[in-house]
Design a protein around this ligand. Structure first.
Ligand SMILES: Nc1ncnc2c1ncn2[C@@H]1O[C@H](COP(=O)(O)OP(=O)(O)O)[C@@H](O)[C@H]1O
Ligand SMILES: [Mg+2]
Length: 271
């Protein structure tokens, strides 16, 4: 589904992403781990059109998408969430998630050649019942997606995002990405800042998405979650891939223990 090859991104003298090659098959869950500053988010930015690589290629379902804009990538089925969470603070939970559905529907609608934005708007006005039906269906779909998070968001569908807890804003962002019905879902530290209970909930949601066949690229610091969910793990350090393989292989790899755990803990492994 996704083939990243020899991807590189330089910030001044720093190679934030240094020759990364990674493939993801349909239905796979691949995790990217590594210490802070390893280049994980930069890699996501390059894949999701937030940033452009200096070298290398990204191919999605056979098409070269290197350097393609984020909006276009969302339309062709690539959705992401952000490490620090991005929601529209003044929009309700419902409206935030609806955006994902609207992007999908707009992309699916046949474009009438030569028709400008104004004429498209007029068309929408003269077929209001169809549009109303579409909107009602989208709202039902949003409720179904939001229901995945149990009672966390459902009672708050009409609340503005700024009134939500941090964890709930992150849930809204995941829900919005799901409303796109993405072929590939990229999650950048979905449990960052969450407590143990909240982390377990997210882990269960990601597991159920995977069970339904959702292809997922996950950045995650919580190794327990990575070990439980991943088909494969890519370990980055200093922009480079230092290991790749099944969770158990990676966990036992001396270079990983040295680089990853060495930075992160003062435990026995690092001593
Ligand atoms: N826009 C930027 N400009 C300059 N340096 C950046 C930029 N984005 C990231 N970096 C640097 O690139 C390195 C990798 O960052 P990042 O991809 O955020 O790492 P990670 O997500 O693994 O913690 C870091 O040293 C960071 O400071
Ligand atoms: Mg990051």
């Amino acid at each position: 589904m996704l083939a990243i090859s020899n991807l590189q991104r330089r910030f001044g003298g720093l190679l934030a992403v240094n020759d990364i090659t990674l493939g993801i098959g349909a239905g796979e869950l691949v995790s990217v781990i590594g210490p802070n500053g390893a280049g994980k988010t930069t890699l996501f930015n390059l894949v999701s059109g937030i940033d452009r690589p200096d070298a290398g290629r990204v191919v999605f379902e056979g098409a070269d998408i290197t350097g393609m804009a984020a909006q276009r990538l969302a339309e062709i089925g690539l959705a992401r969430t952000f490490q620090h969470g991005r929601v529209f603070a003044n929009l309700s939970v419902m409206d935030n998630v609806l955006i994902g559905g609207h992007v999908r529907l707009r992309a699916a609608r046949p474009r009438v050649p030569g028709l400008g934005a104004l004429a498209e708007l007029l068309l929408a006005v003269i077929r209001p019942s169809a549009v109303r039906g579409e909107e009602a269906a989208l709202r039902d779909e949003v409720r179904d997606i939001v229901a995945m998070f149990g009672d966390r968001l459902l009672p708050r569908l009409d609340h503005p995002a700024h009134s939500l807890s941090y964890a709930n804003r992150r849930r809204v962002e995941i829900a919005r990405a799901l409303a796109l019905r993405p072929k590939l879902l990229l999650l950048d530290e979905p449990t960052a800042g969450m407590n143990e209970t909240e982390t377990t909930e997210i882990q269960e949601i990601v597991a159920s998405l995977k069970a339904r066949g959702q292809t997922i690229l996950l950045i995650e610091h919580k190794l327990g979650m990575v070990m439980r969910l991943s088909d494969r793990v890519l370990v980055m350090d200093g922009g480079r891939a230092i290991a790749e393989g099944k969770p158990q292989e990676v966990r036992n790899n001396p270079a990983v223990i040295e680089a990853y755990l060495g930075h992160q803990s003062t435990g026995q492994e690092a001593a």
